[in-house]
Design a protein around this ligand. Sequence first.
Ligand code: ATP
Length: 334
Amino acid sequence: MTIAKQRNPLRQLRPVLELLADGEVHSGQALGDALGVSRAAVWKQLQKLTACGLEVESVKGRGYRVPGGLDLLSAERLGASLEPAAQDLLRELLLRDEVDSTNAQILQRLEQGRGHGVAMLAERQTAGRGRRGRQWVSPFGSGISLSLGWQFSGGVQLLEGLSLAVGVALAEALDDFGVPGVTLKWPNDVWCRGRKLAGVLLELTGDLTDRCGVVVGVGLNVGLPESEACSIDQPWIDLNQVRPGIGRNELAAAMLSRLLVLLEQYPARGFSAYRAAWQERDAFAGRRIILEAARQSWVGYARGVNDSGALLLDTDSGLRSFHGGEVSLRGAQE
Ligand code: ATP
């Protein structure tokens, strides 16, 4: 495994980030002395950090602090926490301070034939992706933005249900850190206390009938500032509200370890091997729901998923199955 550290374009802010990471109050003077710059230059750097979505508090007459401190991504810590099987499967680990979208970056690498087994994590995404062109909110240091590339041969049908199996892998990693009550919302969300904790986005490239690549993208909230979350149009939650103190590097390593093993085994095992585990965590099992597509919606009772990961909906006109793609699930009045 190669660990490549390349921290553009926020590289110049690294030193001040590392000083503020302890969560203590630092005076402008002390920061300036430590960085070898003027107080005005310190202030400018802090403005840039705020613009990246980082909460920098000004403590009157004393200085500045990042409430709760920062648990910065570290290639060494993350690499050391990977399971041995994952260390063998991971070809390259890329850490970035800021990218447009980790999925876009890995997709590009797959298209260039150098994305297999490559994982990228970013402190901040400026254009984090959701399904159907939606945005994933990921301000600096607030969560885990992780994408992993994998090359398959045998066509895309081998990946049927994979986004659900990814949800299972993430939920199991969260269990290991004592996060209680993690459930899954079809097709691609990880929930906690009935709110969205993480999202999964799979993107494909190549010849979908033969040799193709998949990017498994995960966005998970660890400590999302309210000020940055105001654009999220559905209930959300972060780990700090449920189980504070989990190390981002250790959790990212646990997630990545499970995802690598999952991707290696998935073509041979298929979704049926993960179906029971998915159904045990089904947030809407037996509940009345609405499935919404662009021009149509269906109402019925959620009856779990079939062996390809399609949602089973018990409607007035019988049992219907729905594949992910264009459909959104919402709770309905009983
Ligand atoms: P649905 O939740 O209807 O299935 P979706 O699957 O299209 O929607 P995703 O593509 O997984 O959703 O993610 C994008 C959506 O997630 C956004 O439209 C927004 O509602 C929500 N969202 C964006 N950022 C976050 C975040 N950091 N935490 C929780 N939810 C978010």
